[in-house]
Design a protein around this ligand. Structure first.
Ligand SMILES: Nc1ncnc2c1ncn2[C@@H]1O[C@H](COP(=O)(O)OP(=O)(O)OP(=O)(O)O)[C@@H](O)[C@H]1O
Ligand SMILES: [Mg+2]
Length: 237
C-alpha cells in the first residue's frame, strides 16, 4: 500500500482496534533545552494488521515504538492497548501488560551471549514463571517454527546474523503476544537473510493473529505491510 495512505484501514472492520494512539507527544530536556520529538501522533492498529513506520533518521520512529511498547510514557496524549488506557497505569501493571501482550525484535538482536538458542527463547517464559520442562518444550517448538530445529543448542556467536534474528523472533513470540514491535529487524542483515526474516515475521504473525509494527528504512519491507505510517519530524502522515 502507498506511503501516507490516509485511510484508518483496520484489518477487520467492525472489530475494536488492538491499539489506539491519540495526540501522543514526547519531548526530552537536554541541558535545560527542550527537544520536541513527537507531535500529535494519532492512529489505530487493528488485530492482525501489519503496519510499517518509515521516516528519516531522527524523525522519532524509535521514540514512538518505545511508547507503543510501553517502554516509555508519552509527555501528553493517550495510548490505549487492548482496551486499556495505559497512560493511567502504574509501572507494575504496565510491565505486566507489556510482558503478556507485546514482543520485541531489535536491529541488534539483543540475545544473551552465553546462552543457547533454546535458553534465549525461554527467557520471557522464565519471567512469566513457566516451569523448566514446559519452557524447553515451548522454546523448541518456536525454534522449529522459524526453521532452527538444527540450532537449538548453538550460542549466538555460533549463529549467522539471520539465524540470530530468527532466535530473537522466536523469543518475541514466546508468550503469544497480540503485538510484535520490530525496530529495523533487517537493518543488520544481507538481502537474502532480510527477506527470510520478513517472511518468518509475517508468517508467524499471521498464524498467531498478532499485529506487527515494523520500523524500517527498506522500501521492500514497507511494501509488504498492509499500511505505511510515515513520520515526518515527529508527525504521523
Ligand atoms: N532519551 C532522549 N533524550 C534526548 N533526546 C532524545 C532521546 N531519545 C531520542 N532523542 C532524540 O529524538 C530524536 C528522534 O530519535 P529516534 O531515535 O526516535 O529517531 P529514529 O527515527 O528512530 O532515527 P533512526 O532512523 O536513526 O533510528 C533524535 O533527534 C534524538 O536525538
Ligand atoms: Mg531508530
Amino acid at each position: 500500500m502507498a506511503v501516507g495512505a490516509a485511510a484508518p484501514a483496520l484489518s477487520r472492520p467492525g472489530t475494536a482496534p488492538l491499539l489506539r494512539a491519540e495526540g501522543i507527544t514526547r519531548h526530552f530536556t537536554v541541558s535545560g533545552t527542550r527537544i520536541d520529538v513527537l507531535h500529535d501522533c494519532t492512529f489505530e492498529v487493528g488485530r492482525g494488521e501489519v503496519v510499517a513506520i518509515v521516516g528519516q533518521s531522527g524523525s522519532g520512529k524509535s521514540t514512538l515504538l518505545n511508547v507503543l511498547g510501553l517502554l516509555d510514557r508519552p509527555s501528553s496524549g493517550t495510548y490505549d492497548f487492548d482496551g486499556v488506557d495505559t497512560t493511567r497505569l502504574r509501572e507494575g501493571a504496565r510491565s505486566r501488560l507489556r510482558g503478556e501482550g507485546i514482543g520485541f525484535v531489535f536491529q541488534q538482536f539483543h540475545l544473551l551471549e552465553r546462552r543457547t538458542a533454546l535458553a534465549n527463547v525461554g527467557v520471557p517464559l522464565v519471567l512469566a514463571g513457566v516451569p523448566a520442562l514446559r519452557r524447553r518444550a515451548r522454546a523448541r517448538e518456536l525454534l522449529e517454527s522459524v526453521g532452527l530445529e538444527h540450532r537449538l543448542h548453538s550460542r549466538p556467536h555460533q549463529l549467522s546474523g539471520g539465524e540470530q534474528q530468527r532466535v530473537a523472533l522466536a523469543r518475541a513470540l514466546s508468550r503469544d503476544p497480540a503485538l510484535v514491535l520490530a525496530d529495523e529487524p533487517t537493518g543488520a542483515l544481507d538481502a537474502a537473510s532480510s527477506t527470510m526474516i520478513m517472511d518468518q515475521l509475517l508468517e508467524q504473525a499471521r498464524v498467531r493473529d498478532a499485529a506487527v509494527i515494523v520500523v524500517t528504512h527498506d522500501p521492500k519491507v514497507a511494501e509488504r505491510a498492509d499500511r505505511v505510517i510515515q513520520l515526518v519530524e515527529g508527525r504521523t502522515r
